[in-house]
Structures are given as C-alpha cells and as structure tokens.
Design a protein around this ligand. Structure first.
Ligand SMILES: C[S@@+](CC[C@H](N)C(=O)[O-])C[C@H]1O[C@@H](n2cnc3c(N)ncnc32)[C@H](O)[C@@H]1O
Length: 259
C-alpha cells in the first residue's frame, strides 16, 4: 500500500514507513508510485530522522533510476540538489511565495540558514530586490546554491558558505546592513537574533521562524534576545507556517527593528 503522504522532490519520491513494514511491501509501494505518478522516476525510503545542525537524513534506494539528485521546480524557479547531503522542504513553497510578495525592489535582503537557496532564489526572481545574500554552513548545500543561482540566471544573489556567527561579523566590518533578514532556522535552541540584529538597518524587517506549541513561546525567545542586543522592535505579524509534529508548529514572526 502507498503511504498516505510522502514528499515529492521533482523526480524523487521519499517514503516513510512504520518500522514493522516488510521490505516486500515497501518495494511494492515504490513500484506502484512509479506506475501512478509518471513524473516520479526514483523512489527512496527515508531511513532515519532529520539530524544535527545540517538537518540531513539518510535514504535507502527502493525503485526506479538510482540517483539522489533531485530536479525540482517551484514558484517558477528550478533547483538541483542531493536529497541526502542537503536540507530541502517542498512544504515551504507557499511561505517563499508569500514572503517574496512582501519584498520591494530597492531592498537589500539577507537570508540566513539558506540551504540550497530556495528562499533566496524565489525572492530574487519574483521580487527582484537590489541584492540577496544567501548564507549557509553546509558546504554541499552552498555548492548547490551556487549552481541553482546559475540555473535560474540570476545576477542579484551572493552565496556565502559559512556559519552565520562568523559571516555576520565580517559583514559588520565591511559596513554592510540589510533592509530585511529572512531567518528560516532549523529547530535549534539558539535564536541567532543577537547576530542578525547587528546587520539590520533601522526600521528594517526580520522574518523569523520559530518552533513551539504556542505563539507566546516564540515571542518570548524573540523578546529575550532583542533585549540582550539592546534593541527595540514592533511585532507586525505572527502566523503558523506549518505543522512539525502533533500540536507543534513552525511559526513566522515578522517584526520591525526600531533602533
Ligand atoms: C531548516 S534548514 C532550512 C534550509 C532552507 N532555508 C530551506 O528552506 O530549504 C536550516 C539550514 O540551516 C543551516 N545552518 C544550521 N546552522 C547554521 C549556521 N550557524 N549558519 C548558517 N547556516 C546554518 C543548515 O545546514 C540547514 O541547511
């Protein structure tokens, strides 16, 4: 039986089965998917949980063409990436579209935790801002980001591989500041806000992603770190941006930095 929901990354379907599922059942499902969904040419099984700072997971080959390279189209943009060596969530496609619609042509945008650059590329292509900086720690993801920028023929993106904590002080030294910072964080303890707040312009906007059951949890962590940085903010909007577990959500908080 085909699992009720599975991720499709263009040519690749990634299935997750209950632990007790027999190999023969998995292979049968995989073959069925190839038969029903003609655009899917590879079926993989997600064989462990998303782990660590890089948010990657292992897969096992089930059926079709033996590859881990996905070719995926979203919001009129093309992406190629290794599904095992990089993080990519097709579920954030709407988020990227919504954010791009808020951004103006004269903005300088910084995307932290940029992965293979889906936020940076959708924003650069749809909103056409002056420049988008894309910062990602994972070397494989950053290499894919560079290739994806070329694939989409975009001139207004700068990809920087490195830890946000080390990249931001370098930007500060160069006197670079941003009108907007997009923070599609992984579910990590650290907010990274004290760093982001060093390179945001006065009246700049931060689109911050946080995880929790209630919006108050996210507002509390923002308030704590904004205070630490000696900044003042005005919350513009808070919204759910997806489920990550039963009763646990990804939230997006948009706020203006007043000083
Ligand atoms: C949840 S993923 C988001 C990826 C991408 N924005 C997307 O939506 O596909 C978080 C990303 O942050 C990266 N990351 C984790 N810690 C980082 C750090 N200190 N500086 C820069 N990137 C980091 C991970 O490697 C991962 O690619």
């Amino acid at each position: 039986m085909i699992p009720k929901s599975f991720d499709v990354l263009g040519n690749i379907a990634i299935l997750k089965f209950p632990e007790e599922t027999r190999k023969s059942e998995k292979l049968k499902s995989a073959k069925q998917i190839l038969k029903v969904h003609k655009s899917i040419t590879t079926v993989l099984e997600k064989s462990d949980k998303i782990k660590g700072r890089l948010r990657t997971f292992k897969t096992t080959y089930l059926a079709g063409i033996k590859t881990k390279i996905a070719s995926y189209v979203e919001n009129g943009c093309r992406f190629r990436f290794d599904v095992e060596k990089t993080y990519f969530s097709p579920r954030l496609s709407n988020e990227r579209n919504q954010l791009a619609k808020k951004i103006k042509k004269n903005e300088k945008v910084l995307v932290l935790f940029a992965g293979v650059a889906p936020f940076a590329i959708v924003i650069a292509k749809l909103a056409k801002p002056e420049i988008v900086y894309s910062v990602e720690i994972n070397k494989n993801a950053s290499k894919c980001a560079e290739e994806n920028v070329k694939l989409n023929k975009l001139q207004n993106i700068r990809v920087i591989q490195g830890d946000s904590k080390k990249v931001i002080p370098k930007l500060v030294k160069q006197g670079i500041k941003f009108d907007r910072i997009v923070m599609p964080r992984a579910q990590l303890k650290e907010t990274f806000l004290t760093f982001a707040l060093k390179v945001i312009k006065k009246n700049g906007i931060i689109n911050y992603y946080g995880f929790g059951k209630q919006e108050s949890e996210i507002l509390d962590e923002i308030e704590r770190d904004v205070k630490k940085a000696g900044k003042k903010i005005k919350i513009i909007n808070i919204k759910k941006a997806g489920n990550i577990a039963p009763y646990k959500y990804r939230w997006r908080v948009d706020f203006k930095v007043l000083n």
